[in-house]
Design a protein around this ligand. Structure first.
Ligand SMILES: *Cc1c(COP(=O)(O)O)cnc(C)c1O
Length: 384
């Protein structure tokens, strides 16, 4: 079977991004490569190898299924950490496999302790504390009980990490909120230290925090979007821009390229409607190319009449609605297009480039969402 579109993932771009992040954080802190959402659409299978070759030995997954997939593809015995979901029934297997996981409430903590006791293998846990994100994490009121439970369980669990997540580190306007979260985190840290509870790694920073709030860096940073070559937001980039050397104003490189090919050509006369409904009427005679990529492949319906692709080195607009499996694009001004010609949805063709960002801006989707919507079954090829 041949797919209707292909993804290329650049290992070189990843190496450059890691190099840049390393230059920002210094030699010491561990970089955990966040591979949730199928590695932000890039493919866990492909990214584990790429990241390990770039020196990464720590991965963050959202759920246990992703963690197992990382384990399956890891050849360097990297550490694996689950930030979110796991089922009770799986905990024993995860502990036996040495997979780290977040613990953000007493329910999970007590489960982890009782299983560890029973199987006599310590669970590697990361205690998440609530500092203002208000999703998961132990509350300040929980602190006495937390100390008590952790002390009693000292022989049975390994305190791998003390962590939290920032709400809005991608915007400088959240400065006060982030500062406040940092200070709440330190209150927890100090309280736990005073009670002789110490953790192997203190970690709080995602990409945006790492880049614009350096005081959040600590022992480990959890890098998602920046590893894949995107600034968390435009604002993060602008905040950083003045510090970047003039010969390298964009140190983050996109890994992903998304390509398809022309399935068919079609002439449309002035006054005819294109596709379902009447959202697009040809205002002049037109030449269209039909491309076999639709919302079923992750090409959002919001790109109807607004998305662009590259054909023959030129920007070509999507006309009519994006359907489940195809789009029509206007190639009237591009000469010599033939069936089978390359179509680029994301990436470069000739001198022109479509970045995911511009794509998303036109649909108000952020990079994160577009990337993670790329289906798992689109073939992904790693380019060294
Ligand atoms: C997703 C996530 C990250 C990575 O965020 P980026 O903005 O993509 O770097 C870090 N930590 C946690 C807990 C996350 O859920």
């Amino acid at each position: 079977m041949i797919a209707t579109s292909f993804l290329e993932i650049s290992a070189k771009a990843y190496r450059q991004n890691i190099k840049y992040i390393r230059s920002e954080i210094g030699e010491k802190p561990t970089i955990s490569a966040v591979v949730k959402g199928n590695a932000y659409g890039h493919g866990i299978e492909q990214m584990v190898g790429i990241a390990e070759k770039a020196g990464i030995r720590h991965f963050s997954a959202f759920s246990s299924d992703e963690a197992w997939l990382v384990k399956k593809h890891s050849t360097k015995n990297s550490e694996i950490m689950i930030l979110g979901m796991l089922y009770e029934e799986e905990m024993e297997d995860l502990i036996r496999a040495g997979i780290n996981f977040y613990v953000f409430d007493f329910y999970r903590l007590e489960k982890a302790i009782s299983i560890s006791k029973r199987i006599k293998i310590p669970a590697k846990i990361h205690i998440e504390v609530e500092t203002g994100f208000h999703r998961t994490g132990f509350d300040w009121e929980d602190k006495e009980k937390l100390v008590q439970v952790l002390k009693e369980a000292k022989e049975h669990v390994i305190l791998e990490g003390l962590c939290t997540h920032y709400a809005g580190a991608e915007s400088v306007s959240n400065f006060v909120r982030v500062k406040n979260q940092i200070s709440v985190y330190y209150e927890f840290k100090n309280y736990l230290s005073e009670n002789y509870l110490f953790f192997n790694r203190y970690h709080t920073a995602c990409s945006a925090a790492t880049l614009i709030f350096p005081e959040t860096i600590m022992d480990m940073v959890r890098i998602g979007i920046a590893g894949y070559g995107f600034w968390p937001t435009k604002e993060t980039y602008f905040a950083k821009l003045k510090d970047l050397p003039s010969n390298n104003k964009n140190p983050l490189k996109r890994l992903i390229t998304w390509k398809s090919s022309v399935m068919s050509l079609k002439k449309v006369e002035m006054g005819e409607f294109v596709g379902y409904g009447n959202s697009f009427m040809a205002l002049h005679d037109m030449q269209l190319a039909i491309v076999p990529v639709g919302y079923g492949h992750g090409y959002s319906r919001l790109l109807s009449n607004s998305g662009q692709v590259l054909i023959g080195g030129q920007f070509c607009q999507v006309v009519g609605t994006v359907t489940m499996n195809a789009i029509a694009v206007d190639i009237t001004k591009v000469s010599g297009v033939q069936t089978g010609d390359e179509v680029v949805m994301i990436g470069k063709q000739g001198k022109k480039e479509i970045t995911v960002a511009s794509f998303s801006e036109s649909t108000q989707q952020v990079n994160y969402e577009l990337l993670t919507r790329l289906p798992k079954d689109i073939p992904r090829k790693v380019i060294p």
